[in-house]
Design a protein around this ligand. Structure first.
Ligand code: A3P
Length: 352
């Protein structure tokens, strides 16, 4: 099943990149359009950027692709298609992995996972399956390659999605991860990509901000809660998964994903090992090797999306006290939502 991997994820073969200049010009126009609205918003110190801005209950960066300007532009101009498939996550919850798995399984007839030219072997999952937030800056958003269904990802909170998406019956997959691992992952990611004049963050600073809900697209708990509630109300439209269950039970989760998205594996495919091939193709070892070199775009190395890829790295970073604080917040915020991580269960509480 496993095959030798050649590492060359530097040129995007799927989404044809529009001219950098054109994209930069669009970004400048959009940033300028919303400048006035942003200056009126509450702000806090950022993780990678100088500031984060509070908009509709969530913190956003400004002047980047994943930004408040992108959210506003999407709310103003984005058009939903009834067959769209959306992957929603808080940053650092396993977005890259989920993108790879969904891309590989939905496109398995077009791109065979045992082919050495499979897009996931020559490109980054973020190129194969883009964020709406970055596509909105393009003159002609590729939305992969024009195929239906369009596969799109987003970090936007449920309540900030355009009404047309919320009114649609499009399918959503939400991937949630233990907040302690999200904090650790975000801390490393932010320090790698930081362009703040004040320099790098300490872990204590990151912990304090995270606990107060201040991180890009946070508060973490409100983001998860928004999608969790919809998944409980509309289970046919929203599949709620955790990074932890995906790590321990990848094969079953891939099968569940395939069924939910309307691409179930046939008995023949299962017998031929197609599910396992997809799991291997999208596994951390494989993708981190493919993405060892090159940049997804200027200043963002492919490798920055792959660090440890493990459950529970928080144990190497959080003190007992920090862990307790986050447990308490999580218990309170996830009350009644039946969300669990290993060793921690935030079950529906019937008043006990
Ligand atoms: P760590 O920093 O804990 O290692 P996102 O994709 O939402 O930005 O999340 C990044 C996290 O997912 C990182 O976690 C990264 O290592 C992990 N990750 C990326 N690809 C993965 C894969 N194929 N399998 C498991 N984890 C993966």
């Amino acid at each position: 099943m496993s095959k030798p991997i050649t590492s060359h994820a530097s040129s995007p073969p799927i989404a044809k990149r529009s001219d950098d200049d054109e994209e930069r010009a669009n970004m400048a126009l959009i940033f300028n359009k919303y400048k006035g609205r942003i200056t009126t918003l509450r702000k806090e110190k950022g993780w990678m950027t100088e500031n984060l801005y509070m908009y509709q209950g969530f913190w956003h960066q400004s002047g980047r692709r994943i930004s408040i300007e992108a959210v506003m532009a999407i709310q103003d101009t984005f058009k939903v298609h009834p067959t769209d498939i959306y992957l929603a996550t808080m940053p650092k919850s396993g977005t890259t992995w989920l993108k790879a798995l969904v891309f590989a399984l939905v496109k398995r007839n077009k791109y065979k996972s045992d082919s050495l030219t499979h897009p996931l072997l020559v490109s980054n999952p973020h190129i194969c399956l883009p964020f709406i937030e970055s596509e909105i800056f393009r003159n002609t958003p590729t939305y992969v390659d024009g195929d239906s269904p369009r596969l799109l990802a987003t970090h936007i909170a449920y309540t900030s999605l355009p009404q047309s998406i919320r009114d649609s019956s499009c399918r959503f997959v939400y991937l949630c991860r233990n907040p302690k691992d999200v904090l650790v992952s975000m801390f490393h990611f932010a320090n790698k990509l930081s362009n703040k004049s004040s320099g790098l963050m300490t872990f204590e600073e990151a912990f304090k901000m995270f606990s107060k809900g201040i991180m890009p697209n946070g508060p973490y708990w409100d983001h998860v809660k928004g999608y969790r509630k919809v998944s409980l109300e509309h289970p046919k439209n929203v599949l709620f998964l955790t990074y932890e269950e995906m790590s321990t039970n990848t094969t079953n989760i891939v099968k569940r994903l395939a069924e939910f998205l309307g691409y179930p594996f046939t008995e023949e495919e299962e017998a031929k090992g197609v599910v396992q091939e997809i799991v291997m193709l999208c596994g951390f070892d494989n993708l981190s090797e493919v993405n060892k070199h090159g940049n997804i775009r200027e200043g963002i190395p492919n490798s920055v999306f792959f660090r440890e890829g493990k459950v529970g790295d928080w144990k190497n970073h959080l003190t007992d006290e920090m862990s307790l604080v986050l447990d308490e917040i999580t218990k309170e915020k996830f009350h009644g939502l039946d969300i669990s991580f290993p060793n921690q269960v935030y079950k529906i509480n019937h008043g006990e």
